[in-house]
Design a protein around this ligand. Structure first.
Ligand code: ZN
Length: 152
């Protein structure tokens, strides 16, 4: 084996929105964008290993829970950071400033959070295959309905 490359780990692959099967190909067609349509446009198949990115009808419905959990985790982190850096008190309005700050932070990070939740979601259903070059991706064509594609 001349080209033995170290593959990405689970976290860096998921955070980087890479295909969970080969951890190489990109899941999304464009870089993060504020245009909703452009931001969420996925490759139908992984450009590297051919893994389909939508493996059944309505596959990405569940990502709202992931996105919710990520938002809560982010809010808790920003509250702790606010507490440490700026401080919280019942004597003034610093807590309400944090609420405003956190709302803006979540809105700004939304395009990224939505992608991240899809990336994590598919990583729980498609297993990493170190020998992906030797195997074909699982055939999911009978679980799909082209009329219902991207319909969530
Ligand atoms: Zn792949």
């Amino acid at each position: 084996m001349s080209e033995e490359r170290k593959s990405r780990g689970y976290l860096s692959s998921s955070l980087g929105c890479r295909c969970p099967r080969c951890r190489e190909g990109k899941l999304f067609q464009h870089p993060v964008s504020i245009s909703f349509k452009k931001n969420m446009l996925m490759n139908t198949k992984c450009p590297v290993c051919g893994q389909p990115t939508e493996i059944e009808v309505g596959f990405y419905y569940g990502t709202s829970y992931v996105s919710y959990a990520l938002s809560v985790a982010l809010s808790v982190s920003s509250l702790v950071a606010w507490w440490v850096i700026i401080g919280l008190s019942t004597e003034d309005n610093r807590f309400f400033y944090w609420i405003g700050f956190n709302a803006i932070l979540l809105i700004l990070l939304q395009p990224w959070l939505m992608r991240l939740s899809r990336s994590f979601w598919i990583s729980w259903f498609v297993k990493y295959d170190p020998d992906w070059k030797d195997h074909q991706p699982e055939d999911v064509s009978e679980r799909l309905n082209p009329d219902q594609a991207h319909n969530w």
